[in-house]
Every structure is written in C-alpha cells, then in structure tokens.
Design a binder for this molecule. Structure first.
Ligand SMILES: [Ca+2]
Ligand SMILES: [Ca+2]
Length: 191
C-alpha cells in the first residue's frame, strides 16, 4: 500500500515533467535554429591561409588585399588556389582596382614567369553561358564597375577557340582565354 502511494506520488511528479520536457526541448531547438540572416553585418572571413602579414597578402589601402601567384595549371586551379586561401580570384570592379592589378603585374618577378607571359587569370568567366560574362562572386561583369576589354576582346581567339575563362593583359584590360593554359593569377581578399 505504501508502495502504491509512493508510486502514485512519483507518477504525479513525473507526468507534468514528461509533458513539459519535450515542450521545453522543442522551444530550445526553435530558439537555437532561429534564422540569423536579419543582420546586415558581413559574415566573418572564411578560414584559410589568407593573412595580411608581410610576404603574404599586400594591402592596397582603400581597395583590398592582394597576392600574386606565379603559376596555375588552369583557370580552375587558380580559382581553387584563391578559395583555399580564404580569398577569391581578383574581381576587378573599378578603375582604381585595375590600377592595382597593373601595379602588381608590373612588379612581378619575371625570373619566376613560367606561365603565359601576357595572361594573368582573374575572376570572371562565361562557362555557364557563352557570351554572358559573370564574376566568381556571381555578378555580371557588365555590372561590375570595370568593363575595359583589350582590343577586339572578348574574341574566343577570333572565333577559332572557346575562350571561356577570364584574364587580363599586362595593362589590366580584360581578355577571354582558354581555361587550360598555364598562367599566373592574382587573389583578392576584401578589406
Ligand atoms: Ca575587387
Ligand atoms: Ca581572347
């Protein structure tokens, strides 16, 4: 009889708990999974090898951080190299940034030049749709703020070759090139 009474009192205690507990758990889950996209703040930079330390990325005040790489086996390799840095292939989006790119190319160590001498890979392509140039950040090149193409470009090598990947000449004017050539590239990290 005593056992039965204590069982009843235990149940009367446990029952509300059994009802309340799932409610509180679901409330916690709802709270922790609440969307956090209402903030207008930029997300923190991705983890990677990017660093503003000397010898790594160079700061051009007011424009961005940049790093020159001597060689990629293809445009895709260049793209990946920058992503692995926690950066991106440079997206030239102003005349000012074009001057930065020109400066970086001018200062490059020619003794290390192993890729195509007139090509530096940058972050645009028309791989998705021929003739529609987009940046690696997903914007149309036409809307990017810098659309100075080299003479006759883009030309798909006078129509003889599919040139779907983005590059600049040494004067930072844009060019479409074949995606598989060996060329240097520049990565950018936003300020
Ligand atoms: Ca940029
Ligand atoms: Ca071309």
């Amino acid at each position: 009889m005593t056992n039965l009474r204590s069982l009843i009192s235990l149940l009367s205690l446990a029952l509300p708990l059994a009802i309340l507990l799932p409610l509180s758990v679901s409330r916690v889950i709802r709270l922790t999974s609440a969307p956090t996209t209402t903030s207008t703040e930029k997300p923190p930079p991705r983890e990677g090898r990017w660093s503003p330390e000397p010898g790594n990325y160079t700061e051009y005040p007011g424009v961005g951080y940049y790093k020159w790489y001597d060689l990629a086996d293809s445009w895709g390799e260049a793209w990946l190299g920058c992503v692995q840095d926690g950066a991106h292939l440079v997206v030239v989006d102003s005349d000012e940034e074009a001057d930065v790119v020109k400066d970086i190319i001018r200062k490059r160590d020619m003794s290390e030049q192993r890729g195509h001498p007139h090509v530096t890979y940058v972050g645009f392509h028309d791989l998705f749709l021929k003739g529609t140039y987009v940046t690696v950040l997903g914007d149309f090149v036409d809307d990017s703020g810098y659309t100075v193409w080299g003479p006759g470009q883009p030309d798909n090598m006078d129509g003889r070759l599919r040139e779907a990947c983005g590059a600049v000449f040494t004067d930072a004017t844009l060019n479409d090139v074949a995606c598989y050539i060996k060329a240097p590239f520049i990565c950018e990290h936003e300020l």
